[in-house]
Every structure is written in C-alpha cells, then in structure tokens.
Design a protein around this ligand. Structure first.
Ligand code: ADE
Length: 250
C-alpha cells in the first residue's frame, strides 16, 4: 500500500520513517511512504500557508490553496494508474473532531491501496478543504498541537498490519484483536527479586497455558476496560472462565 502524508513539518517524520517496522514493510514491498511538504505548494517567498479567520477570533487557519494543490499533486500521480487503485484511495484529515481511531479502523485502512493523511495545524483548516476529504480521524479526546503525531499513530497501527512488516506474525494475539486486552507476558528469569512467573507458563502444557491466557485476558478486560465487553459474544469457555473470575474475586 501507499501512504502519503501532507504536512507543514516533514522533518518530524524522518525518524518515524527509520523505524524497524516501517523499514521492513518498505523492504518487503508492502509499503511506499511519501511525506509531502505543504509549504512547497505555497507561493511567494513567505510560503504563506495560514491566515486569520473570517469573522475574527484567535489563531490562524490553514488556507485552501496550498493544501488542495498539495492534495491534487499526490492524487494525480497516484490515480493515473488503474481504476482499482483510484477506487481504494482514502483521503483522511487528522482532527480531534474526527471519528475515534480503533484497531478495527486500522484493519480497514490497511486494506486500501492509497491512504492520504492531511495533518492540520493552527486553529484548524478552512472548511472548504473538507469537501475533498473522505473522512476525519481522531486518535483520542485531547487536543494535539498538530496532526503529525496523530498521523504517525495511525500510520504505525496500519503499517504493522501489512504483510511482512513484523518479524513474527504475532498480531492475532494482541490487545483488541479478539476484542480483549492482552494477557500478561513474562520472560527470563523465572524468579526476579523474589517474584516468580506463574507456574502454568513453565509447565509446557499448551492447553493449560492457552486457557490461563484467555482467563487473564478476560480478567484484565473486565477490570480495566469493561466497556469492551459490552455487546460482545462470549464462547461457552469464556462464560465458564468469567464465572471462575467472579469466584476468585470473592
Ligand atoms: N489534531 C489535534 N488533535 C488531534 C487528535 N486528538 N486526533 C487527531 N488529530 C488531532
């Protein structure tokens, strides 16, 4: 897939691009990552990207022309190919007013052939820019200075799902993948400062280990994120484990 990021601060993405997962995805041919500097599309020596809001008020608003010219330049080059790739291009703007980003959304976006992310700044972007945007994405209920960190968070979650991005195909057991938080993990030594690893994990009994992990995933989710369990379909095994968890708590 292709990910194109439109930003006024392209340098912020230099170390993101160098990360091992991004590099592996590029090497394996699963990812093409392009960062476009919106300033290159602003005319004049001042590279005038923002202006004060009509109607007054604090802050500055990103102007239509540089953002939309930058967008047209990347759409043009991406969509000259097949009709298929143009159908699966998504233009998303990062914004605290967007739809909450979740693991499910990461899976959906990992299926598109070209994801274009626009990083907003200042007090926001001219509303007319949003006519060219398919969706708005928020990474949480807080306000960042700009969309760059949000674009990195979204890209990271998407890229690690691409074929070959991770060294082991280990995403299926992670938090959220089965609607539950991940179970606790341990590594050497078996005893650290008097605290021992749960005995079951040293037993070599894979059926017991699987059952323990499922129970701990359920326990954690119940304690920390009960909202994730609402409306979830439980298997018979999970219902029995939830009963045990309730008994353990008594
Ligand atoms: N830009 C500023 N805050 C943001 C947020 N919470 N999510 C996405 N983009 C943002």
């Amino acid at each position: 897939m292709k990910i194109t990021i439109l930003t006024m601060f392209p340098k912020l993405f230099d170390s993101f691009r160098e990360g091992p997962v991004v590099q592996r995805a590029i090497r394996k041919g699963s990812l093409e990552l392009t960062v476009v500097d919106i300033k290159d599309f602003a005319p004049g020596s001042f590279r005038h990207i923002d202006d004060s809001p009509f109607g007054g008020g604090a802050g500055m608003v990103m102007r239509c022309q540089p953002v939309l010219d930058a967008l047209r330049s990347v759409r043009g080059s991406a969509e000259r190919g097949s009709a298929v790739s143009s159908r699966s291009t998504i233009v998303a703007a990062l914004s605290p007013a967007g739809r909450p980003f979740t693991q499910k959304e990461a899976h959906r976006l990992s299926q598109v052939s070209h994801l274009i992310l626009i990083c907003g700044h200042y007090e926001g972007m001219d509303e007319r820019i949003y006519r060219h945007v398919d969706e708005e994405i928020s990474i949480g209920d807080y306000v960042l200075t700009g969309g760059e960190i949000a674009a990195m968070a979204v890209s990271d979650a998407v890229i690690r799902l691409l074929p070959g991005a991770l060294r082991s195909e280990s995403t299926s057991e992670e938090s959220f993948e089965n609607g539950l938080l991940e179970y606790p993990q341990y590594t050497q030594p078996a005893v650290y400062e008097g605290e021992a690893v749960p005995e079951v994990l040293l037993s070599g009994n894979h059926a017991r280990i699987r059952c323990w992990r499922l129970k701990e995933s359920l326990r954690r989710t119940l304690e920390r994120r009960p909202d994730l369990l609402e409306g979830r379909q439980f298997t018979e095994e999970e219902i029995a484990l939830l009963e045990e968890i309730k008994k353990d708590a008594r």
